[in-house]
Design a protein around this ligand. Sequence first.
Ligand code: PRX
Length: 664
Amino acid sequence: MSDLQNTQDDVKAENRIFPPPAEFAAKAAISGMDAYHALCKEAEQDYEGFWGRLAKENLTWHKPFESVLNESNVPFYRWFEDGLLNASYNCLDVNLQNGNAEKVALIFEADDGTVTKVTYRELHAKVCQFANGLKSLGIVKGDRVVIYMPMSVEGVVAMQACARIGATHSVVFGGFSAKSLQERIVDVGAVAVITADEQVRGGKHLPLKSIVDEAIAMGDCEKVRNVVIYRRTGGQIGFTAGRDLWMHELVANQAADCEPEWVDAEHPLFILYTSGSTGKPKGVQHSTGGYLLWAKLTMKWTFDIKPDDVFWCTADIGWVTGHSYIAYGPLAMGATEIVFEGVPTYPNAGRFWSMIEKHKATIFYTAPTAIRSLIKASDADPAVHPLKYDISSLRLLGSVGEPINPEAWMWYHRNVGQERCPIVDTFWQTETGGHMMTPLPGATPLVPGSCTLPLPGIMAAIVDETGNDLPNGQGGILVVKRPWPSMIRTIWGDPERFKKSYFPEEFGGKLYLAGDGAIRNKDTAYFTITGRIDDVLNVSGHRMGTMEIESALVANPLVAEAAVVGKPDDTTGEAICAFVVLKGARPTGDEAKKIATELRNWVAKEIGPIAKPKEIRFGDNLPKTRSGKIMRRLLRVLAKGEAITQDVSTLENPAILEQLKQAQ
Ligand code: PRX
């Protein structure tokens, strides 16, 4: 196994400790472990008092709240429910009032390197004009708007404009297929879609608007009255008169001021779809007040953001990381942030480092998968090694989305952090709204591969199958014992699924189940995430349900049956491996290759290119118990290329294992 592989045993045995640099700690928002423990204690002693204080201090309320937490309808918790506020007001107007008007909010770098800077005053005006434009289309508070856009100033503007008028946005990642987009448009009941003509990534123009057209043409999208198009490339697009409008024309005559729509703290700011263990993605619904509080506070606590920082989160606005740490958190803090349109490997794999040098980025937040691929790239071509660039502006690094293996951590520490930047390994989820467990850079001694400890106020624990606490050193199920302000409120349109997925009765209905396994170190009590305990895969930090991919495969007319499992991968963390039974004879040789390619492209069409299986193996059947249940456990072993040592006596057809082992 290569040393880039994720090996959880290595993480558990990891004993290197990196205390926070004294100079960093001296200036940090939370300086030293005593300060951390004091906040934890405050939360333990007076939970509501703690959150109430933070919500008052950090957000600007149009009408202050009296009620901090309403627990009368568990698990449908309500935070700050009688308070009124507006997220866009908190991100923009507040900055105009407190002296940040001329400060650069966004440094946008396009795929080709063109840079556009937008001040808070300019961003405010753009958001207000677009908000007025949306209002002119009849979009009102409570309406849902789908955003299918590239990384752009306009993407952030679109999200903020929805927030300004109280419309709930649902951003769909620009890599999703027409079918995935259509499902989301239908499920959320969107009245409008905001998109671009095309997106530009790695020098290539990729369609967006034509995919929207295709999605709407699939049917059931009657509620969509308008499609608003940002002109990014000027590429050819179809135009449906009466429905389609150009963004620049819509805003042309709009006032640069728009009174915000004051909403309850519980008003849904956004719905973001993510994968679960069934075939149907879940619309994770987030609130306005609690969500924004945590997006802002974690910028302070985890990223220790200061007025002169240049913050760069490399995520896409289509994922939750791009919501909390691009569209909302940094702006709520009045920070300057980089928004990047392109990919880390174009025009070469030194792109991140050259951008850090150019913009003097001070805080850099990316995913382990990107780090691992850049390690490989700089091994292959020393010219793109980070230390070939002047990245001395960096003072803090972050990691998100998947476990970071200690080897990648050490490389990041030495070569990007120059052995002086703390690394915050932030564990969280679409459902949690913001960081849950992470080191605090001026307080927590770091251990490679561990997300260390919960943030103050986050009551994380590890329990067994019956919900009882497990001692440190024993792996189990990660739960959160108390509600927290930025938690998921419900699954859009499916409150029963919300309850069952996250607050199952087996655990008493009050423990939040993250869906991950974890273990705490015996000595430090630090947490290490051991991976998902459900049928969810994490490929390059992208979350995908095995069932979704299976449903896509069996929708192909050639396919009789399919089972999808994850297998460890050097670069992407996990890779998708599909075992497929065709309706016709089992293909071999070139025919197998041809059909595998066909099926991979099919999945790209059904879900999106990120869901393409890396490997497809064909069999006459799948390993099943006598009752017909597919033994995925065995498929996982086969996918890894390991020998099966488990008892297979309950299998209906043990001979199939040999066939699937060889069918590569
Ligand atoms: O398995 C955990 C993993 O990513 C899952 C959440 O995925 P998603 O909702 O797409 O959000 C990703 C961005 C927050 C988790 O259940 N995960 C996320 N961060 C980490 C992680 N696993 C280990 N360490 C992390 N820092």
